[in-house]
Design a protein around this ligand. Structure first.
Ligand SMILES: CC(C)(COP(=O)(O)OP(=O)(O)OC[C@H]1O[C@@H](n2cnc3c(N)ncnc32)[C@H](O)[C@@H]1OP(=O)(O)O)[C@@H](O)C(=O)NCCC(=O)NCCSC(=O)C[C@](C)(O)C(=O)O
Length: 356
């Protein structure tokens, strides 16, 4: 009788059998397709607190009932970063488990009302664009519009448009490609930076307004870095994405990733971004997250890399959903220990006013 567990026999068997593959290739997506994602997720206090603690999002309103009540919440709510990561995590099995790169996301929006633990999340996506990658013939570029809704009420809790590179079954001929080659020696034109950098004195709305006024009519920008850094470890790289049901092998299969450009598992883009935002929020009086646009992931982050944050204040507007706050638009750049940008995006948030 054949002993299937004999190492030589087993190696031969492995060689000859088919692998039942997971995920979809570029050719499986057609513009207009609507995909309902089977995995659902109940947004729990444990999931929320694990995410917030590990990404240094320690805003008391999400941890303490008195601070939550002061913000108008019935109890500490689900954090928008965890909600965003969970909405995307559920989609990975259908959209991007095959591999490829998470290139960017835009039009990330949240409703005014908070989301509480116990809410069951239902997610669906529509294919809005498919394109050839001229630099990488083995990939195509796909964009989806995704909506996460409350499974009970149907209310939209989080929506966005995301773009990934997705492996093709068959590579295509391209126009020759423009992929950057390492060490090509072209550092581009000299940077065109302002002469002065203004740092807000505090983290209230008025501090951002005053800083913008101080920079106006001068060759100056309101821009500063945040001190905290978070070195990536097994928890941030593998545990957090799996806690959102994100099945992308990039985050938990060291064996497969050994052959990839990173040579190792890499941090889920939403962990990188949330960590940098946590650093930024620790230097401001956040009232409410409104949305994010033009988010890009510039290079991968792996175990041992440290995520830092840099902020540029773009504009301030007195209008907000509450008299207690004004609205500020920021550009946040996450960077690593070598000062390389790894994420950038604009964020609109309501910031508490000092006078209230
Ligand atoms: C991808 C790399 C190699 C490209 O590096 P590069 O130097 O070649 O960059 P590029 O030339 O700027 O871009 C390549 C192509 O992408 C296009 N492109 C670029 N950005 C966008 C965008 N926003 N929207 C639409 N298209 C975009 C761009 O136009 C270009 O098209 P082309 O091939 O035709 O010339 C490099 O940028 C990189 O390594 N980025 C980091 C990716 C990363 O680590 N993402 C987060 C972690 S993976 C993840 O979280 C996974 C997840 C969530 O679980 C999951 O999706 O399943």
């Amino acid at each position: 009788m054949t002993d299937w567990t004999d190492p030589d026999t087993f190696a031969q068997a492995l060689d000859q059998v088919e692998t039942k593959e997971k995920g979809n290739c570029f050719e499986d997506f057609e513009e207009g397709d609507v995909i309902e994602h089977d995995p659902g997720l109940t947004l729990t206090q444990f999931g929320n607190e694990s995410w917030m603690s590990q990404t240094l999002n320690h805003d008391p309103a999400y941890w303490r009932t008195d601070a939550a009540a002061e913000r108008g919440f019935d109890e500490p709510p689900i954090h928008p970063d965890y909600l965003t990561a969970a909405t995307l995590g559920i989609t990975v099995e259908d959209l991007s488990e095959k591999g490829g790169y998470f290139l960017g996301r835009t039009d990330v929006r949240f409703p005014e009302s908070p989301v509480y633990a116990g809410t069951e999340l239902h997610v669906e996506s529509e294919v809005v664009n498919t394109a050839t990658s001229s630099s990488r013939p083995e990939y195509g570029i796909v964009s989806w519009r995704t909506r996460g809704t409350d499974a009970e009420t149907g209310d939209v809790l989080c929506s966005y448009e995301r773009t990934n590179m997705i492996p093709r079954r068959e590579p295509v001929a391209t126009d020759g490609g423009t992929a950057a080659t390492e060490g090509d020696g072209d550092d581009g034109p000299d940077p065109d930076l302002p002469e002065e950098f203004v740092t807000p004195e505090g983290g209230y709305y008025e501090d951002f307004v005053e800083a913008l006024e101080a920079a106006a009519d001068r060759d100056a920008a309101v821009a500063y870095r945040h001190e905290r850094g978070r070195t990536q470890d097994d928890v941030t790289v593998a545990s957090l994405p799996l806690s959102t049901l994100n099945t992308a092998k990039q985050h938990h299969n060291v064996d497969v990733m050994a052959d990839s450009p990173s040579g190792d598992i890499v941090t889920y883009g939403d962990v990188t971004r949330s960590t940098a935002l946590g650093h930024a929020r620790s230097d401001e009086e956040t009232w409410r997250e409104v949305g994010f646009d033009d988010e890009s992931f510039h290079t991968f982050v792996a175990v041992g890399d440290t995520v830092y944050a840099f902020t540029r204040v773009l504009e301030a507007d007195d209008d907000a959903s509450s008299d207690d706050a004004g609205t500020v638009t920021f550009e946040h750049i996450a960077f690593n220990q070598d000062d390389e940008p790894v994420y950038s995006g604009t964020r609109t948030a309501e910031i508490r006013k000092r006078s209230n």
